[in-house]
Design a protein around this ligand. Structure first.
Ligand code: GAP
Length: 431
């Protein structure tokens, strides 16, 4: 894990937030490489679960919502972790994360566990007396429920259908830890899938297959994935059944995505609290009812971390160590690096012109500094799947060498074909 964290900092994937002020616990910044990787991941998710499906539409709602939303959703009452303090050193722990009944830091006596609400409060309004106290959303899905009627009537969706959203969520985690795995500010990729109550189990099983397949499609090693089925006592207040996809991180197994049966809980709660009818009228069946909800809810940051851990590789090549991120091409921050063999004799200019053309199609990087081998290694470290080298022959016949990151094999190719070849190899499209 240390090597991965160090690579992330060194090569601009992930930095500690507010680092020059000593950092702030549980908040992270995605640098030039990290932002591209996470954007590609979110785009792949959207491509797969929204663009490719006639039965799912998207939403992008506000982070701050009416405070009554969080009363109705049960978060004000129920969204807490059990917290204990050490009476000696004052350190705080999540009770369910402790393996001993004394302080793991100093061996001191611990207080009795007490409930700690994890929602982050904020105030809206310029005037202290009239400002409204509300929360930063702890999950993105509540706005999907609140907008249920607006969405299905404006887009003429019929049950079964889903609403998808990607966005920030905030939780005042007691112990943020394991790099970006448990943070206080993070992004979720959620779908609320509305179906008839009698189809809940069938829909749940189909989602199990679909989300498992997506992890394989984004290149996660299958043997590092498993399902965890929540026992009754660990179910969230809204769920009658939850199964998590877990990944085997270097620090152990951790949840990537929860699949929950939320039944009619949320739509009923919002109907009751808002006084607005959130039922669905099916013209085909001439029937009005509140649909059930199956919810696949994934973390974008955790999935990014799993991708980095899964792709990280140290290999020996000709007696040297090479660090390589074997990212799937569609997720790679840079798709192709353009490298002139030497700077002189017009090769640098030719390579720069070529890079400018390719840049219109996908993310590229131009590098003329240092020996070609060193330049390849720098690209391997950030997971660039293709390096294009221009040499003296390129000037004669307009061909280049395309080197593949994983096999390190080099193929000669006409310059005119390179753009389409790489765009196709890096596309989100699947068979
Ligand atoms: N709407 C349902 C929901 O929010 P959850 O299991 O609490 O369910 C869903 O969260 C996903 O959000 C998790 O599987 C995880 O990937 C991500 N997530 C939750 N808390 C997180 C945190 N503190 N840091 C990073 N990701 C988190």
């Amino acid at each position: 894990m240390e090597n991965i964290v160090s690579l992330c900092k060194r090569r601009g994937f992930i930095f500690q937030s507010s680092g020059i002020y000593g950092g702030i616990n549980g908040c992270w910044d995605f640098g030039p490489m990290g932002v591209e990787l996470k954007r590609n991941l979110k785009e792949d998710w959207w491509y797969n679960f929204v663009q490719q499906r006639q039965d799912i539409v998207g939403l992008d709602s506000s982070i701050i919502m009416h405070p009554d939303v969080w009363v109705a959703s049960g978060h004000v009452e129920e969204f807490h972790d059990m917290l204990v303090d050490c009476k000696e050193c004052r350190k705080r722990y999540r009770a369910d994360h402790l393996e001993t009944d004394v302080c793991p830091e100093c061996g001191g006596e611990l207080t009795e566990p007490r409930a700690f609400n994890m929602m982050l409060k904020t105030r809206l309004g310029a005037n202290d007396e009239t400002a409204v106290e509300t929360y930063l959303r702890p999950e993105t899905c509540q706005s999907i429920f609140v907008n249920f009627k607006e969405v299905y009537s404006s887009s003429r969706m019929q049950v079964p259908f889903g609403i998808a959203q990607i966005g920030k969520a905030f939780r005042n985690e007691i112990n943020p830890r394991n790099f970006i795995f448990r943070s206080r500010e993070f992004e979720q990729m959620e779908i609320e899938y509305f179906c008839r109550a009698e189809n809940e189990d069938e829909v749940f099983e189909q989602w199990k297959k679909d989300i498992w397949q997506w992890y394989l499609d984004i290149g996660i090693t299958e043997s590092k994935l498993r399902w965890f089925s929540h026992p009754k006592e660990s179910l969230a207040h809204y769920s009658s059944r939850t199964e998590d996809v877990e990944y085997e991180f270097p620090f152990g197994w951790g949840e990537l995505q929860g699949l929950a049966n939320r039944g009619t809980f949320d739509l009923k709660q919002h109907t009751e609290h808002s006084g607005k009818d959130l039922s669905f009228f099916s013209q085909q069946e001439n029937e009005r009812y509140i649909p059930s909800v199956i919810e696949p809810s994934a973390g974008a940051d955790r999935t990014t971390l799993a991708i980095l851990c899964d792709a990280y590789c140290e290999e020996e090549v000709d007696g040297d160590k090479r660090t390589v991120l074997k990212l799937q091409p569609n997720l790679a921050p840079i798709k192709a690096a353009v490298l002139p063999l030497v700077k002189k004799d017009g090769l640098a200019e030719m390579a720069q012109d070529f890079e400018k053309q390719l840049r219109k199609k996908f993310n590229t990087f131009y590098d003329q500094a240092g020996a070609i081998g060193r330049r390849y290694r720098r690209m391997d470290e950030v997971g660039t799947p293709f390096c294009i080298c221009l040499d003296y022959d390129s000037k004669e016949d307009n061909t280049v060498t395309v080197r593949e990151r994983d096999s390190m094999e080099q193929t000669r190719m006409p310059m005119a074909e390179v753009g389409d070849y790489i765009a196709q190899r890096c596309s989100n499209e699947r068979d």
